[in-house]
Ligand binder design. Structure first.
Ligand code: SF4
Ligand code: SF4
Ligand code: SF4
Length: 440
């Protein structure tokens, strides 16, 4: 006989939060569950989005909070995009994560947040190691192909503030060089912070609203302290969305916290259209490329802030390649890769790969050789995790800024420009106690 469930009394603080979402308006139509790639996840039988929301309506908050369901939700927003009652389901799931006691947050996520708060990056990389790496790798790039190149750190009055991703600083070091080459070719007046440089908003992964605000406030402080014109929103979809929300909150608290920012797609379009960089498509001849619409740079940005980046990345790619094919579904209907909302570092790899099956199928159906992405989690998921689960995985994965960097025609710097940059680099590293002679 079916179990009869009676509504429970919600704690006031939960009731207050859920009232914002008009859950009572839910028509139980099931559109959310039908569009959600985690419906049917092995081991999660009996769970789906509609049912989870019903449980909340019935006051079964603890059952949801202590389940795996909100954690395997990537916050991709496909459910909310289709919901006829415009219920903000990803935010409800995020709040369920928020309600989990911090010592019961899965895997390393809470540790990552704590590291970010204490050390300014989730891997707790010491400042001198970070600076040494920037000096060393920068010098490598200068010797390889960009004479005069160095990474400007804490440069006052720069036009662009850029935030590294700790994955690159910790392990995939050379991946930083693509953006560096673009800045070099564009003769950009840019900089990175010496401290609190983590791009990704780890608070978003665990529903830690306070942390999200701290990380956003730090970015704002860098902008004000160094008097910088614009910051590039961090590359990761989740980070970008989290950062944007955090910055809006800080600006509501104090209007002086409002700073200028630009999305990476807008930046690339700008420097290409202004002729500040030139591209040669022939380097990509013979290959077919497709674009993965990341949820947080597309659908979720559009839903929350009225503008998703759909056409800009397509335009940028077509400046770099001749053969571009669309993926289906695309734009706001695109499937998530399965690594969002902290699912890349979370201990739910099987569930994440199951989620990614829809994206993998979409990519395969294009027949493309290369899938281009604009988010570091999408990149790692498609390039490192999915090949372990899907035998027919045979496509390359490239960042959109990698594609641009590979196609760059770099106009040589003059002797004066090189000499000036070398003098600036020497003075900068001396100021930070990095001994260039000892290093090289
Ligand atoms: S799509 Fe919206 S209205 Fe339909 S079941 Fe889901 S939450 Fe309810
Ligand atoms: S945000 Fe994505 S993963 Fe989460 S419930 Fe909605 S469709 Fe499913
Ligand atoms: S990892 Fe990429 S595809 Fe997945 S939720 Fe984040 S932005 Fe979307």
């Amino acid at each position: 006989m079916a179990e009869i469930v009676s509504p429970k009394k919600q704690p006031e603080y939960v009731k207050e939060h859920l009232q914002k979402f008009n859950l009572a308006a839910c028509m139980t139509c099931g559109t959310c569950s039908s569009g959600c790639p985690i419906t049917g996840t092995p081991g999660m039988e009996g769970w789906d989005t509609r049912k989870t929301l019903r449980m909340l309506v019935y006051g079964m908050t603890d059952e949801v909070v202590y389940s795996k369901f909100p954690w395997i939700c990537t916050g991709c927003g496909r459910c909310a995009y289709g919901c006829p009652m415009a219920i903000d389901i990803p935010y409800i799931m995020l709040h369920m994560k928020h309600l989990r006691p911090r010592d019961q947050v899965p895997g390393i996520l809470h540790k990552g947040v704590e590291n970010c708060i204490k050390t300014g990056n989730n891997m707790a990389i010491p400042k001198q190691d970070y600076l040494f790496l920037l000096a060393d790798l920068g010098n490598e790039l200068a010797e390889e192909e960009c004479p005069g190149f160095y990474v400007p750190v804490d440069k006052e009055n720069a036009d662009i503030l850029f935030f590294p991703n700790s994955k690159e600083v910790f392990a995939d070091n050379d991946d930083m060089k693509w953006w560096w080459k673009i800045f070099y070719a564009a003769r950009e007046n840019w900089t990175v912070p010496s401290e609190n440089w983590e791009s990704v908003d780890w608070g978003l992964f665990t529903g830690n609203y306070e942390a999200t605000k701290i990380f956003a406030q730090r970015k704002i402080e860098h902008m004000k302290r160094l008097n910088i014109k614009r910051m590039i929103m961090p590359d990761c979809g989740g980070g970008s969305y989290g950062c944007r929300v955090g910055m809006e909150t800080c600006a509501l608290d104090n209007p002086e916290n409002r700073v200028n920012f630009i999305y990476l797609y807008e930046y690339l379009v700008e420097i290409i259209k202004e002729g500040r960089i030139k591209l040669d498509k022939s380097v990509h001849a013979g290959k077919t490329f497709t674009w993965h619409d990341s949820c947080k740079h597309g659908r979720e940005l559009e839903r929350h802030f009225g503008k998703g980046f759909y056409e800009e990345p397509r335009w940028i790619i077509q400046q770099c390649v001749d053969n571009f094919v669309e993926m289906e579904p695309n734009r706001a209907n695109s499937y998530c890769c399965g690594a969002g909302g902290g699912m890349w570092p979370m201990p739910y790899e099987d569930e994440s790969a199951y989620h990614g099956r829809m994206k993998h199928r979409s990519i395969k159906e294009t027949g493309a050789d290369v899938v281009v992405v604009g988010c570091s989690n999408c990149h790692d998921q498609l390039m490192k995790r999915l090949p372990k689960y899907y035998d027919d995985h045979d496509y390359e994965v490239k960042y959109i800024w990698e594609l641009v960097a590979d196609a760059l025609i770099i106009e040589p710097w003059s002797e004066e420009e090189i000499k000036k940059a070398e003098e600036e680099a020497e003075a900068q590293w001396k100021k930070f106690g990095i001994d260039l002679d000892e290093m090289f």
